[in-house]
Ligand binder design. Sequence first.
Ligand SMILES: C[S@@+](CC[C@H](N)C(=O)[O-])C[C@H]1O[C@@H](n2cnc3c(N)ncnc32)[C@H](O)[C@@H]1O
Length: 404
Amino acid sequence: TRFKLGIKPDFCYAYEQPGFLSALKVEGESSGRPKLDSHTNRTTSPSPSTPWTGKAECISDQNSNESFCVYTNQNFADGRGISFFTTPSIAEKVTTLAAFTQKGVHDNVNVFDNPPWKVVNVPGRGNGLFATRTLRRGDLILADTPLGVYNSEAFFPDYQIGYKYLRKTYEQLPEKSKQILLNTAAHSPGDPIMERINTNAFAGEFEGTSHFFLYPETALLNHDCRPNTMYYHNTSTLVHSAHASRTILPGEEITITYINLLQSRSERQDVLKMIWGFECTCSLCSKNSATSRRSDDNIQHITNLHMNLADWSSASTATPSMAESLLSLYKKEQIHAAIGTGHMFAALAYNAVGNIRMAVKHAKLAIEAGMVTSESSEDDTVQMMALLEDPKVHWSFKARSRRG
Ligand SMILES: C[S@@+](CC[C@H](N)C(=O)[O-])C[C@H]1O[C@@H](n2cnc3c(N)ncnc32)[C@H](O)[C@@H]1O
């Protein structure tokens, strides 16, 4: 299941990831979901134990019998504040998260006193973050909490109704945070709040439902099809953190990917234009057509290798050399954040033919590479640790060696 943001599933380098609002706009419009036009406005009083400020304003969808309300906590993360637009049951669960119950989880978050970057305005792409000192793979670039978390079901079907509640999520924030939100970019005209969510919010599953998260500082990161940074969203602390996925030199722009990178140039350009309104002229998109074709072929090859290596059926044709090819293609294509995944595939593929020495080598490398995204690849790390502990009892041991 997809949870949080990204490949595993909150780790961004390749799979469709920061699906921003417009991505769903398209999906929602074509899905013919019932409109929220038979709504009623009402308010509910929070129970005395909830952290929400004031009365929650709610809207009910009579078709689904679902209510969505605006909940704000102005004290969240040391007075930065946070607003939710979601169902009462999700809001109740939210209050039990570490974000609301554990002291200290936001201690070094939303702190930008001496960051390793500065904001620079680049004609044609707006603001972006540029490194002011050398960053090594794994170094923290920034960590922030969302100002808004919006249930996609809540306002999506009918914008006019949704706007009103989105505006409320904004209006209830502390003054300083309102300004921070307004300082984010909007790439098309329209309702100022809606458009800022549209341009900047990350989509991810939250408490089992799709939500959008607006992290105003992370929002400053521009897109590159070969980014030098990856990010992770912790759905318990609600902290979003971005780490360098390779060495970044002073003066270099710090970039993330907005899309699934395992797509051809034309596919990438189409989706970036459609959703974020810009022509991608990143280093990869600007290559001459012969180089670009080679890259597209590599991407296709990576996709095929993924499919083969993830196939544990009796029909699988996966071999360790496929995993070695995958690793070298990641390197060739400079998909740095995926190296850990490549080593994991290799560890499993070697163990599957009983080559313990190579399985252990790659498991160690996978864990080491996973440190960069320690939180995001938790399951993978656990899996690799288990393999290291005793390769012979790991489920993958000789799982492919008896096949003809
Ligand atoms: C999340 S914002 C990124 C920060 C934004 N540049 C700003 O000024 O705050 C996304 C918007 O930035 C611009 N953008 C991001 N990456 C870009 C790129 N590689 N080339 C051109 N524009 C880009 C587009 O206008 C896009 O809609």
